[in-house]
Design a protein around this ligand. Sequence first.
Ligand SMILES: Nc1ncnc2c1ncn2[C@@H]1O[C@H](COP(=O)(O)OP(=O)(O)O)[C@@H](O)[C@H]1O
Ligand SMILES: [Mg+2]
Length: 326
Amino acid sequence: MAALLEADDVVKHFPVKRSLGEIATGRHPAVHAVDGISFAIESGESVGLLGESGCGKTTTGRLLLRLAVPTAGTIRFDGQDIGTLAGDDLATFRRRAQLVFQNPFEALNPRFTVLRAIAEPLVNAGVPRADHQARVVEAMRRVNLADVDQHLDKYPHQMSGGQLQRVVLARALVLEPIFLVADEPVSMLDVSVRAGILNLMRDVRQAMGLTAVYISHDLALVRYVCDRTLVMYLGKVVEDGPTEEVIRLPQHPYTQALVKAVPVPHVDQSHEPLPIKGNVPDAKNPPSGCRFRDRCPHAMARCASEEPPLREVAPRRRVACHLLAA
Ligand SMILES: Nc1ncnc2c1ncn2[C@@H]1O[C@H](COP(=O)(O)OP(=O)(O)O)[C@@H](O)[C@H]1O
Ligand SMILES: [Mg+2]
């Protein structure tokens, strides 16, 4: 199958304010949010980006949608380098690739009705006004906001969290995209409505043939909705494979720790965010060699001196760990 999206050695550093010492020594400190990640996503795939807070998931999602510009590396969408898109090509990309916001309570303007909120992307894309209502109703139908007439004129404060997340999803779908990035799509919702929203997203994705990236700190979420999972640690992809295999037979010591902490992940249970010992190191000063070595029970001398590349260890299975180097 053809890749819809290809990330090639993508880096995103955020410069930070220099201290006097850093000015004196000519150093330019930066947060290494994303530090050289490569992967391809096939058309129709549902891919999870899993990792603890601060490991670069949101930044990766924003880069894939060209909401942020990489410091280095390229991202191709449907064969085109998205960094070079302009004019009509950029407008087309903006229609085809959409973000589902994390927090429905923040994503929606409290002064906009449902109709106006869902129609806003149509306005921005220059769709003729006469078509708006029909397109909005169609998007609402897709997200099972039954009884459309009853909802069109409502304001966010008149709706439940689950209904609001349906509105947010309808807004992302109204331009009929082919690619969605959903950043922690249910983390702000009550656990009792999470499975319903995830089922809906899965049904919509299948019905529309969408390719999707789900960003989450929750193993249960990726297990529920993602065919494949990329595990991130401090700006790097450390493991990549079919979700069930990654959970059943994790290869990277970091993934092993995550899975051990949550042996039977369920979306309708509350979890601590990835309970593993120690802290993620400072993204301004990532450790030499393997970034996980400080927390790794198997660390060897080589792990401090040499960075383990993300290597294919089996078909469709990639891991970045010296332990697995034959
Ligand atoms: N606009 C920004 N400016 C400076 N640092 C940022 C910015 N956005 C994210 N970061 C930093 O980049 C790192 C990765 O952040 P993020 O991509 O939000 O991680 P995640 O979504 O996995 O929690 C963090 O250390 C975060 O503080
Ligand atoms: Mg995030």
